[in-house]
Design a protein around this ligand. Structure first.
Ligand SMILES: Cc1ncc(C[n+]2csc(CCOP(=O)(O)OP(=O)(O)O)c2C)c(N)n1
Ligand code: SF4
Ligand SMILES: [Mg+2]
Length: 302
């Protein structure tokens, strides 16, 4: 695997510029998910955005969003959301803003913030019962700074800081949130837009701490052709690598169960970050172990 792969974001041609004058990669799964989510949330939303790729969407004073946008450090988005929520509540309580002008407070962060740096602030916000929706677009690494591994990186994936393959196993953020007993927790994928839209609708209708965790295929960090973004997202679901599920009313429900599942290898093969599993020689033991973990998950749910 070449090191230069992880420098591509800085070398992007101007064709990757969006209307707001910001630089995003072509075929960005995170951007696809944010667009789908914003269609449902609408403009009466304040995004509290932890530093990451989506921060590039808004460069003061320009933003492609019709609502509001606040930028925070990686660890602080839930604390920022608390401040915004409190300010809105005070404005309504003091009759300086009519209740119909109230805004939904939405944290938007990558996995580096959601699974790692911002996790204690998130836990505290859930403990306080903060009324907010947390949207995490999970591209399984620190994408904005060149795809270093994060706690969301899958086993054996090559990153800028794990050239021979990440030795750890992806953290189960869904279960961590569930353990905190919030109002709602769901996983979703931009490649499954109907399921994603339904979950955002559901989350929008509830109050209290809510998480929607969206897989975000990342051509730059995962090393695949941008035209394959949707197909890779679908394969993550069809292989069972990325279960679509929600936790509501105290139980976990899987919203899409594929039988039979596509072999995991079909998902891995399409991504350069897993190339060392196939070249220079096939890593049969590792491939079998990855498949067995996915099988064990699905056998475990009955
Ligand atoms: C405390 C801290 N360390 C490092 C950085 C530099 N930094 C900015 S964005 C980023 C990556 C964030 O990763 P993630 O949350 O997964 O979002 P992504 O970039 O993948 O969209 C890093 C490390 C920072 N802003 N703050
Ligand atoms: S590095 Fe990945 S997540 Fe970040 S803008 Fe590029 S494709 Fe999107
Ligand atoms: Mg990330």
């Amino acid at each position: 695997m070449s090191e230069t792969r992880f420098r591509r974001m800085n070398d992007l041609p101007s064709t990757h510029l969006l209307g707001s004058g910001t630089a995003m990669c072509a075929g960005c799964g995170g951007l696809q998910a944010v667009q789908e989510i914003y269609d449902v949330l609408g403009k009466d939303t304040v995004f509290v955005n932890a530093a990451g790729c989506m921060t590039l969407l808004s460069v003061y004073p320009f933003t492609p969003f019709r609502g509001s946008w606040l930028y925070t450090s990686m660890a602080s988005a839930p604390a920022g959301a608390q401040g915004v929520r409190d300010a809105l509540d005070l404005l309504v309580a003091k009759k300086r803003m009519p209740p119909e002008d109230d805004l939904a407070v939405v944290v938007l962060s990558g996995d580096g913030a959601a699974y790692g740096m911002g996790l204690s602030a998130t836990s505290a916000a859930i403990d306080r019962g903060l009324d907010f929706l947390y949207v995490c677009y999970d591209n399984e690494g620190y994408g904005n700074t060149g795809q270093q591994y994060s706690a969301a990186t899958p086993h054996a994936a090559a990153t800028a800081t794990s050239a021979r393959g990440y030795p750890g196993w992806k953290k189960d953020l869904f279960s961590i949130w569930v353990a905190n007993r919030p109002a709602y927790v769901a996983t979703a994928a931009g490649a499954e837009p109907v399921d994603l839209a339904r979950k955002i609708e559901k989350a929008k209708s509830l109050r209290g701490p809510r998480l929607v965790l969206v897989l975000a295929p990342c051509p730059t960090g995962w090393d695949f052709d941008p035209s394959e973004m949707v197909e890779i997202g679908r394969l993550a679901v069809r292989t069972g690598v990325w279960p679509l599920k929600e936790w509501v009313d105290g139980r976990v429900v899987h919203t899409k169960v594929r039988r039979p599942r596509v072999p995991v290898e079909e998902y891995l093969r399409k991504q350069g970050r897993f190339a060392q599993l196939f070249e220079p020689e096939r890593q049969d033991r590792l491939l079998a172990e990855i498949q067995a973990r996915v099988d064990a998950y699905w056998e475990g749910i009955g």
